[in-house]
Design a protein. Structure first.
Length: 335
């Protein structure tokens, strides 16, 4: 069994943008510095065998559902000239970071032109069912993938989220602030169901049933009752799913139709078959041993380019993760 560190790369890199100060050149250098330190910390903490950088492509979801993440493109279009300049500088640094990881190290970098990093991570896990995986991301979408062998590390809170609880960097249980009990993630499958019903404002995915309550009343079925009836598809399930509602444009919706749409958009195991197969082929192509030489020398040059003297002075601490190849003997399922 191998242990893979699966890095949600853009999430990890750009969260660093919000914790650094100074001019643009200082901020982009510090973003790379913080990213490298975070990955190295996780690599050692989880005794990983290989690092995989999952990258963003143009999402197939935008063709499947036109509003998908349109709010983000609108937000980018509203940037001031100064903000746009800083944005461009960060993306230039990000691209250079990826180029280094791809061309000068033995880490895997996997980008699918029609899929997001979330899809790459989910399918990598599916193709390596006998291995252990640690997802490095602050994105709560990944909680749905938790299993006894799939965990998530949130670099913002510095917490590891496991199926049996949340733990800090020392391995101690994190206590819930209200109950003072060990914080345990809510049932991942229920949380996924709830998100498919309520939508996701951050990704511009609309609710399948606006205003639906989590706990039902005497006359109205709630999410908890419908979820409990999900497998049998009995009265509670149908009572909720067959409801109809009218949007602000006067268009009528059936809850079940919008729910199924959201499952396709939100459930990271429910991609259309042709998308899943395409992503799997990309993973098979790029998850291979690279056998790069002189990794340390190239890393020192990269540190010099981005003025990362402190990391350069401790380069040997990063050498192992950069040199560690994709395992030749792997349990990957090629399908």
């Amino acid at each position: 069994m191998a242990t893979y560190l699966l890095v949600d790369t853009m999430n990890t890199f750009f969260r660093a943008r919000h914790v650094v100060r100074g001019d643009v050149s200082e901020k982009v250098g510090m973003a790379i510095h913080i990213t490298l330190n975070a990955i190295n910390k996780c690599y050692k903490q989880f005794n990983a065998d290989h690092v995989v950088f999952a990258l963003e492509g143009r999402s197939w979801r935008k063709d499947f559902y036109t509003p998908y993440k349109k709010n983000r493109s609108d937000k980018r279009a509203a940037l001031t000239p100064k903000e746009a300049e800083e944005d461009a500088a960060f993306f230039e640094a990000y691209d250079d970071f990826l180029k280094f990881m791809t061309e000068r190290t033995n880490c895997s970098t996997i980008k699918c032109d029609i899929a997001e990093a979330d899809d790459v991570i989910a399918r990598f896990i599916a193709k390596h069912p006998d291995d252990e995986h640690v997802i490095v991301s602050s994105d709560t979408d990944f909680v749905q993938l938790l299993t006894p062998t799939v965990h998530q590390y949130n670099g913002i809170t510095k917490e590891t989220i496991r199926l049996n609880g949340v733990f800090d960097d020392t391995g101690k249980p994190v206590l819930d602030k209200k109950t003072k009990e060990h914080k345990v993630p809510a049932d991942p499958q229920y949380q996924l169901f709830k998100k498919c019903m309520r939508g996701d404002a951050t990704d511009n995915v609309f609710s399948a049933y606006p205003g639906v309550r989590e706990k039902g009343t005497k006359n109205k079925t709630g999410l908890l009752e419908a979820y409990a009836d999900k497998e049998t598809r009995g009265f509670a399930w149908n009572n909720l799913m067959l409801q109809r509602w009218t949007d602000h444009n006067g268009e009528e919706h059936r809850v079940l139709d919008d729910y199924e749409r959201n499952v396709t958009l939100v459930d990271l195991t429910a991609q259309p078959t042709e998308i899943r197969d395409y992503v799997d082929d990309i993973i098979t192509e790029h998850a291979v041993a690279k056998n790069k030489s002189m990794v340390g020398a190239h890393f020192m040059k990269f540190c010099g380019k981005w003025d990362m003297q402190r990391i350069a002075d401790n380069a040997t601490q990063f050498a192992e993760l950069l040199q560690k190849n994709y395992p030749e003997e792997t349990n990957a399922v090629h399908r």
